[in-house]
Design a protein around this ligand. Structure first.
Ligand SMILES: C[S@@+](CC[C@H](N)C(=O)[O-])C[C@H]1O[C@@H](n2cnc3c(N)ncnc32)[C@H](O)[C@@H]1O
Length: 327
């Protein structure tokens, strides 16, 4: 396996962010933990299993959209110029390979810059892409893209296409999502492009099943955040004392994931030298996944300084992939 040439202080920086996110989140009322904490090595593997579950339509539907339109997407993004492709929260980059293959058909070599908080995901993606598509040079970056996103400058005559797919934008509250996209725009030149994958509002039964599958993989993924805190912060969370809960919040148009304490309990976090106390039925809110309409997705692009260029959806209108040009 290859080892990512990460910035020397990237791992240390992320550890600092974990400590501060956990301290703040468990002191908040209601308690919360940020969803990026899911993605240690085990969490990245569990997420890959989720993408193969029958209930988890998101990956399957987005993959179909990308497979059918990859050539057109890279052609529109490049507008006749060479492309360089970056990706926020790349994970295993499984769907991304469709776009990378389409890009190397129009230019002989390509630089691909995945950004992720999961070192194991970056390593595996790099190894697999370089083996399967040797024309692609992978330049990974271990970073939290909400804190530090420093992409290399593009060469003259080169366009950057930033991929932000997989409905990851849905993890952010609307104001934060707008700020995040504005930050991405600030790092781009006019004419560069952003491809945004957005999960759309649909039948609540479909949504609930996608976040609470029958095999219990999403429950294990949710609880893995506690496994991680036990290992990395010397905490003593009893996993059996917390239930996975997926809830549709209609007022906010979002799916939520929670870990609900069955009983009153006190948990020690040795590395933080503090305790967290829970009442019976008290929850830790671990994830939001906002569901949008296509019009709202394009408004988000416009607000952040991207002119919508094209939009692709599936026949049921469950998922949208929108291309915006930095204007
Ligand atoms: C839901 S997965 C999506 C993976 C892939 N893009 C897809 O569409 O299947 C989210 C990925 O983003 C990464 N991630 C989540 N929050 C992040 C952040 N703030 N900064 C960098 N990476 C992040 C996770 O490690 C994970 O690999």
């Amino acid at each position: 396996m290859t080892t990512s040439p990460v910035l020397p202080n990237a791992i240390e920086q992320l550890s600092g962010q974990i400590v501060s996110a956990v301290r703040t989140g468990l002191a908040a009322r209601p308690k919360r933990l940020p969803s990026w904490l899911f993605y240690d090595e085990a969490g990245s593997r569990l997420f890959d299993q989720i993408t193969e579950l029958p209930e988890y339509y998101l990956t399957r539907v987005e993959r179909r959209i990308l497979a059918a339109n990859a050539q057109q997407i890279v052609a529109l993004a490049g507008e006749g110029e060479r492309l360089r492709i970056a990706e926020l929260g790349a994970g295993s980059a499984e769907k991304t390979r469709l776009l990378l293959r389409a890009a190397v058909q129009r230019q002989s070599t390509l630089v691909y810059e995945p950004v992720d908080v999961s070192l194991s995901a970056l390593d595996e993606a790099q190894e697999r892409i370089e083996r399967e598509i040797p024309a692609v040079r992978v330049a990974p970056q271990l970073a939290d893209y909400t804190h530090s996103l420093a992409l290399e400058p593009t060469e003259p005559g080169e366009r950057r296409l930033v991929l932000y797919i997989g409905s990851s934008i849905g993890n952010f509250e609307p104001d934060h999502a707008a700020q995040l996209l504005q930050g991405v725009r600030a790092g781009l030149k006019t004419g560069d492009a952003l491809l945004l994958g957005v999960d759309l509002v649909k039948d609540v039964r479909v949504l609930l099943a996608a976040y609470d599958d029958a095999a219990g993989v999403t429950a294990a993924f949710n609880r893995n955040i506690l496994v991680r805190l036990n290992r990395e912060l010397g905490a003593d969370f009893d996993l059996d004392a917390f239930a996975h809960q997926a809830v549709w919040n209609a007022a906010e148009s979002r799916m939520e994931m929670h870990l609900v304490s069955h009983v009153p309990q006190r948990v020690r976090l040795a590395a933080l030298d503090c305790d967290a106390t829970f009442k019976a039925d008290e929850s830790i809110h671990t994830e939001n996944s906002y569901k949008y309409t296509p019009g709202q997705a394009e408004d988000m692009l416009r607000t952040a300084g991207f002119a919508p260029v094209a939009r692709w959806t599936d026949h049921r209108g469950w998922f949208a992939v929108c291309l915006g040009r930095a204007s």
